[in-house]
Design a protein around this ligand. Structure first.
Ligand SMILES: [Ca+2]
Length: 322
């Protein structure tokens, strides 16, 4: 949200580090969230948009509107403060389980636990509150000055409210968008279908047979939503996840590991790495021999071996003492 307003009283921006989120409001005020979930508010405070900020910790998200603000607690409860002329604050839905908040001109949006859109505050004849889409397949919302945006799970943009500047009817069609941002009278969308992921493997290049080796894909890049990791270890086994552990159980060898990183829009990238696996010699765990034997008479002995790789041994021995 962006805009201007009168400067009534001004507090300076906080110093230090450890902030996890910032939000710029529309009346020369700003919010920030610290690591422990404490809210810092500074700038214009003529309607309490700074001075009335809650002082507890444990908040997980903040949103700054024109002259009101929202915050989300760890259990998904919405807290609102600042101007309440249009019910910006007092009409905020009660209950828990909300997953995302967005503050606009005089209205606000939230995503519920079941991924539907909740809207409250000023309608201003444009319906930015009471024309919200129904259903439960949304993954993000954002509120402009007098218009609203929502993104469905397949990346389709839904826009409602004022269309005076085409901020709704000009929204691009199609799927594959990963994020929407509503400004005063314009929008931005991030087009995921144009940005494929980048796969990167970090791992040791050698290991012993029978010992775990860790493969790490955290240097891979994906700007678009969820990242899927698929590992092919080169010995017929597969894995998943940003990190994967694997044990090679043959008696040594050279294996080509393939990592494939995929985003939800079907774009993928792969990288390969070679791993040299050393053969570890077998060890005799126990040997069973007869207590006594006569010369020139066959005796039997049993041996138990262990080897971290596949074992090729004949533990049953026969022989003659001479
Ligand atoms: Ca071996």
């Amino acid at each position: 949200m962006g805009g201007i307003g009168y400067v009534w009283s001004v507090q300076r921006a906080p110093t230090g580090n450890g902030f996890t989120q910032v939000a710029a409001g529309g009346s020369i005020h700003s919010l920030a969230l610290t690591e422990d979930g404490t809210i810092a508010a500074w700038g214009n405070d003529w309607l309490g948009q700074c001075g009335e900020a809650p002082t507890e910790n444990g908040f997980t998200q903040v949103a700054a509107g024109l002259i009101h603000n929202l915050a989300l607690t760890t259990d998904g409860t919405i807290v609102a403060w600042g101007c309440d002329i249009f019910g910006d604050c007092n009409d905020a839905p009660e209950g828990t389980g909300f997953t995302q908040i967005a503050a606009g001109g005089t209205h606000s949006l939230a995503l519920t636990e079941n991924r539907s859109v909740a809207a409250w505050g000023g309608n201003n004849w444009f319906g930015q509150c009471n024309n919200e889409p129904t259903g439960g397949n949304f993954k993000q919302v954002d509120a402009g000055f007098v218009h609203s945006l929502a993104l469905t799970s397949d990346g389709t943009i839904v826009a409602w409210g004022s269309d005076y500047f085409g901020q709704c009817s000009s929204a691009p069609a199609g799927t594959g968008f990963s994020q929407v941002a509503a400004g005063l009278n314009h929008n931005l969308e991030l087009i995921c279908t144009m940005f494929p992921p980048y796969a990167s493997i970090t791992a040791k290049s050698s290991c012993d047979e029978g010992s775990e080796i860790c493969f790490d894909a955290s240097d891979s890049l994906n700007t678009c939503d969820e990242t899927r990791y698929r590992w092919k270890f080169g010995d017929g086994d597969f894995g998943s996840g940003a990190t994967a552990e694997h044990m090679y159980t043959e008696n040594g060898g050279v294996y080509v590991v393939t990592l494939t990183v995929t985003n939800p829009y079907g774009l993928a990238d792969s990288e390969t790495a070679s791993v040299i696996v050393s053969n570890v010699a077998p060890a005799i765990d126990s040997l069973s021999l007869p207590d006594s034997a006569s010369t020139c008479t066959p005796v039997e002995a049993w041996a138990h071996f262990s080897d971290p790789g596949r074992i090729y041994m004949r533990p049953h021995l026969t022989g003659v003492i001479r």
